[in-house]
Design a protein around this ligand. Structure first.
Ligand SMILES: [Zn+2]
Length: 200
């Protein structure tokens, strides 16, 4: 493992510990990635099946745009293929995926997309407080190709998030810090939406 990949693993482990503490990566759920090369697209993604609050710098694996790896030992998350698709289409440098509850409840109630408006916290998502932002929702699938096609069909460059019904949320940004800030603010926005019943 090169120093670069190890540094990526260390950063991913720290972010996972933070999200676990927030209750967003229960059990072994969720996965994070950072782009380490653009040509060909290569991502460092968290390994599958480990407690996300206890990852180390070694719990990272390199995958290509399809989420496949040549690593003989480490197993990437099954969802690595969607990370690759999101990074390829959006140009993001980091993709975060957690199983927070509010995004899933919001997707359940508004399966055609979750509309957010007139909320100061939209600024933390990179938008203006008076913007109308519709976060896309796609049906869940175990097939990353199906999920990737659904994501790409609804992709908008100014909405860096995707809700997967009955599953979780993906958010992306230039780096892990910006992706985290967007995720934290989006989770707040979706919790507000759910808890107010969609009242403006
Ligand atoms: Zn998931």
């Amino acid at each position: 493992m090169t120093a670069d990949v190890r540094a990526a693993g260390e950063a991913l482990a720290a972010e996972c510990a933070r999200y676990t503490a927030m209750g967003w990566m229960r059990g072994t759920s969720g996965n994070l990635s950072v782009v380490v090369d653009r040509d060909p697209l290569t991502l460092a993604v968290t390994v599958s099946g480990k407690d996300k609050g206890e990852l180390t710098a070694d719990d990272v694996v390199l995958v290509d745009a399809r989420g496949t790896t040549e690593d003989p030992v480490r197993v990437p998350s099954a969802e690595a293929g969607l990370h690759g698709r999101i990074a390829a289409v959006s140009g993001a440098g980091a993709v975060v995926h957690v199983h927070a509850l509010a995004p899933v409840v919001a997707a359940e109630r508004w399966p055609g997309g979750v509309e957010l408006r007139d909320l100061e916290m939209l600024k933390g998502f990179g938008r203006r407080a008076d913007d109308v932002v519709t976060v896309p929702v796609v049906p869940n699938s175990q097939d990353m190709g199906v999920l990737g096609d659904a994501f790409e069909a609804g992709f908008r460059a100014d909405v860096p998030a995707l809700l997967v019904a009955r599953h979780g949320v993906y958010v992306w940004g230039d780096d892990l810090l910006r992706a985290r800030h967007r995720l934290e603010c989006l989770e707040w926005l979706l919790r507000f939406k759910v808890e107010t019943g969609g009242v403006r």
